[in-house]
Each structure stands twice: as structure tokens, then as C-alpha cells.
Write a protein that binds this ligand. Sequence first.
Ligand code: DGP
Ligand code: NA
Ligand code: NA
Length: 209
Amino acid sequence: LMGADNESRGALVVFEGLDRSGKTSQCGRLVSYLEGLGHSVELWRFPDRTTSVGQMISAYLTNNSQLDDRTIHLLFSANRWEKRSLMETKLKAGTTLIVDRYSYSGVAFSSAKGLDFEWCKAPEIGLIAPDLVVYLDIVPEKAAERGGYGGERYEQLEFQRKVAQRYKLLEDSSWKIVDACQPLEDVEKQVKEIVLEHVMTCQRGKPVS
Ligand code: DGP
Ligand code: NA
Ligand code: NA
């Protein structure tokens, strides 16, 4: 995906981590910070529960519907695919996207149920690769203590332990791991440093791929 104008393209920055690792608040703070510096930036999240596919996912997560494990896996993936072209357009237009969960969640959560790892990865192939993945690393027990879980389907300690193991298998060279057990402000500072440096790098001309 070589953009016509790589010089000014936005960065695709993905946040990953267990439930209650602090992704959502860190993403929000980061977006405000980058906006304050004058960057064109948007906050996205997956699942995007506003689409019709997203509403099916939401019903599943809140235990208002039952779906076969492979079916829900493919719906999560479809929810990313349905946003792919808009994502490409935004990046090429110079907007940096801060994304709360992406394909890594797809593989970590579904394979934690026992689905085959490679099978889980397959429908993600062809989605836009992140420039940077910030993994907010928290031990499952610590995450569980943080104000408790919200009661959605996957928010259980035993399952989150399995998810953490799967995430470890997914780490690649695009990952930066941040210790999310630190105080919020310390996490925020590290995240800003990592992302700011990376956003600048992207704008010096890496192609969208
Ligand atoms: P969130 O809205 O970030 O709290 O995510 C909702 C839940 O869905 C959370 O437990 C993580 C899980 N999840 C997110 N993306 C995927 C995915 O692609 N596949 C599966 N199986 N689970 C996912
Ligand atoms: Na959650
Ligand atoms: Na979240």
C-alpha cells in the first residue's frame, strides 16, 4: 500500500493488553496530548460496537446472545475489515490513528478459548499493519483488582491468564511493552515518549503497508 504522499501520512498506533490494563484511559490521554501538539489524530477502538456487525459482537460480549467460537471470531475480524478502507484513507490523508485493540486481541482472545493459533491469525491477514503496538503489561491478578471487572463475557481471571499467555506469543518487532502496574501518570509519560518519537518517524516517510 504505497501512498501517493508517504511524507505526510499518519501513524497507526495500536494499544493492546488485558481487560482493565488501562488502555482506554491511556488512549484518551494520548489523543488529547497529540492534539495539543497540533497533530491530526483520531481515537478508534475495536470492537467498534456502532456498526451492525459491532452490535452483534456487543450482544455476544454482554451475554445477550450465544455464538459459536469460530463465528464470533470471524465477526470480530469482519468488524476490523469493515473499517479498513476508511483507515487507509485517514492514514494517507495524514491523520494518526490511536486504536484501542486490533488484530492481536482477535488472536489472543480467541486462541485462549482453544482455537488453533494459525486459524485465528488467518482472517487478519491483509489488514493494515500497525506502525507501533503499545502493550500495556499487567499481571492478570492486578488487573482483576482494579475496580473489578465490568461483567462482560471475557472478564474472568482464569480466562485473562490464558489471554496473557497468548499475547506473549504474538509479540513482534513493532511492540513496545509498558509496565502498566506503575502509577497512571508514569505509564502516561512513557506512552507519550514512545508514541511521540514514533509518530515523528512515520511522518518522515514510511509507507502504509
Ligand atoms: P473492550 O471493548 O476493549 O473492553 O473489548 C471487549 C472485549 O472483547 C474484551 O474482553 C476483549 C475482547 N476482544 C476484543 N477484540 C476481540 C477479538 O477480535 N476477538 C475476540 N475473541 N475478543 C476480542
Ligand atoms: Na472490557
Ligand atoms: Na478498554
